[in-house]
Design a protein around this ligand. Sequence first.
Ligand SMILES: *Cc1c(COP(=O)(O)O)cnc(C)c1O
Length: 230
Amino acid sequence: MLLNIERNLEVVNQLIQQAADNAERNIEDITLIAVTKTVTVKEVKEAISQGITDIGENRVQELLKKYEELGDAVRWHMIGHLQKNKVKYIVDKVDFIHSVDSLSLAEEIEKRAAKINRPINCLVEVNISGEDSKHGLEPTEVKSFIKKLDEFKYLRVMGLMTMAPYVEDPEATRKYFKGLRNLSEEIKKIPLNQVSMSYLSMGMSNDFQVAIEEGANMVRIGSAIFTTEA
Ligand SMILES: *Cc1c(COP(=O)(O)O)cnc(C)c1O
């Protein structure tokens, strides 16, 4: 496969800039997370040499394999569904877990993080579209869930994450991103101690411009960087 990561990143960054301009937002407030699940360490290194600072993986085993070679040269984001029994392998390595979707998972993260005395940034995953195939809490469950996590000492809720349904026309995803932003605004009105709503992790290769226009400040982009041929 012929890859031109440099060129692809240039295009992606231009599109991020365009979307930020449309929304009158500062591009510096938007973190591009390069999703490397389909690529080798060699390609990740190429992306890092082109300025990538944040890496997203959706499987623990892949993350560990790459972490072994890259270590703390980048920030690590666990973006995929996380099984409780795997938390212990990543809790000392990742900077963000984007996929907190149950109380039992949250409790396990809290327990493991306490054990090594390392606070960990987490996002609550919301199934904003209500598709059966998607992970995440129902929007109506999120407030009471977050109130419970507000008691935790090591798990730090920093925001919300969602995946929009895949559709041909990215405009059709706008309502979901709006929905997640509105939910985060509502949560900001609840008196909470630890929890912050600093981040909205939403937008992938096919819909990140719409997500940015609706307030995303973390976008998770894989194929637009790593699979388009030069
Ligand atoms: C794969 C993946 C992405 C990136 O998807 P692309 O369409 O390749 O950009 C983003 N978020 C999650 C949770 C993923 O699993």
